[in-house]
Write a protein that binds this ligand. Structure first.
Ligand SMILES: [Fe+2]
Ligand SMILES: [Fe+2]
Length: 367
């Protein structure tokens, strides 16, 4: 007698979600005890641990207790028939191999079974050698399906990893560009690095998930990337900007968002930071005038960090040498609720008080 458990089947155990134990399990479902016993004996002789059930309900209870790799089920049974059982099995144990057995040999029944997801169909009366051969083939097919799926999953993971690498390289290039742009101007030199560090301190203080903290860290570095689209003479203009010039500078959020959204697909928080970091809680910000909690949290965080850095090292305050820390924090508190998210301001003040973050010095390029 040839064993059904071929070497190939054993080899597939590594892919087998049912392979909790070394011995594979089979469930025989038939309301005729004599026929059921014959199949149980055959399967046991071929090395399976065998459970049995006399209808669909019993079979589902057996599957819940001990999921089987292979299910041989009669079609015509009382209470819950083989079709209903097959449908339930496909939903709850989609990797189980199901072979239908019927006293009715018509083609329509076979087609129905296979279209619902049975791997094979056997008609009574059957020869035991035929049963064995068909089971071997069913298990082989199941092994190939699982292998194929495993291959596809690995391929998808590889493609995703590759896409992430390309995105990282793109962001690295963009970051270098942003820094090169800032480095030309003593008032903005190091601005993105400082905003990134201040923002990260706020996000940590708010105990946000690691992926959001990472987005704030990177978003701080890239938030003003759209300034590469702003005319240089305006960016470095020492005098107050005209209304037109100011409007031109304030296109940098949408310009940056457009640049990044062409390449960044997996990091919506990063895009939010670039687009919404000049929005205000009262809705009077730019570019979309969104209000309060409609402004993404990561952008509300960067808004606080960005304005704080502008107060302590920006061009606007060059005459008084930058606002000192208490004065800048006071200003943030004053504007909490209208311009800034009060929770972000509180988190920032706490981070300073606890020493999690300190005032970062402006890089001096005057020499
Ligand atoms: Fe900005
Ligand atoms: Fe900024």
């Amino acid at each position: 007698m040839t064993a059904i458990l071929t070497h190939d089947f054993a080899a597939s155990a590594g892919l087998d979600p049912f392979a909790g134990s070394a011995v594979p399990r089979c469930l025989v479902v038939d309301d005729e005890p004599r026929l059921r016993q014959i199949l149980v004996r055959v399967m046991r002789a071929d090395g399976f641990v065998v459970d049995e059930a006399s209808n669909g309900f019993e079979a589902l209870a057996q599957m819940e207790a001990h999921p089987s790799t292979l299910i041989l089920t009669d079609i015509e049974m009382p209470q819950m028939d083989g079709f209903a059982l097959l449908r339930e099995l496909r939903v709850r144990w989609p990797d189980a191999a199901v072979m239908m057995i019927s006293g009715n040999g018509d083609v329509q029944t076979a087609v129905s079974c296979l279209s619902v997801g049975a791997l094979d169909y056997l008609t009574k009366p059957f020869h035991l050698d035929e049963v064995r051969a068909r089971i071997t083939s069913v298990l082989e097919r199941r092994r190939l399906v699982l292998e194929n799926r495993e291959y596809q999953t690995r391929l998808e993971q590889k493609v995703q990893a590759q896409a992430r690498r390309i995105e990282q390289q793109f962001l690295g290039g963009v970051q270098a560009l942003a820094e090169a742009l800032e480095a030309k101007d003593p008032y903005t030199h190091g601005h993105s690095v400082r905003v990134s560090q201040y923002g990260t301190a706020i996000a940590r203080r708010l105990e946000l998930p690691p992926n959001v903290i990472r987005a704030v860290t990177l978003g701080g570095r890239l938030h003003d990337i759209g300034k590469i689209g702003v005319r240089e003479e305006i960016l470095s203009k020492p005098a107050r900007l005209t209304t037109e010039e100011y409007a031109h500078v304030m296109t940098h959020m949408t310009v940056g968002w457009k640049i990044l959204s062409a390449m960044v697909v997996d990091q919506p928080e990063l895009l939010n930071i670039v687009r919404y970091h000049h929005e205000r809680m009262d809705g009077a910000g730019l570019p979309d005038g969104v209000k309060g909690a409609d402004i993404p949290l990561e952008a509300r965080i960067v808004s606080v960090a960005d304005s704080f850095d502008a107060m302590t090292s920006g061009r606007r305050y060059r005459d008084d040498g930058g606002k000192q820390l208490p004065e800048a924090l006071k200003e943030l508190r004053r504007c909490a609720g209208t311009q800034f998210d009060p929770d972000c301001v509180n988190a920032f003040v706490d981070a300073f008080q606890s020493g999690d973050v300190t005032l970062l010095a402006r890089v001096d390029l005057q020499q």
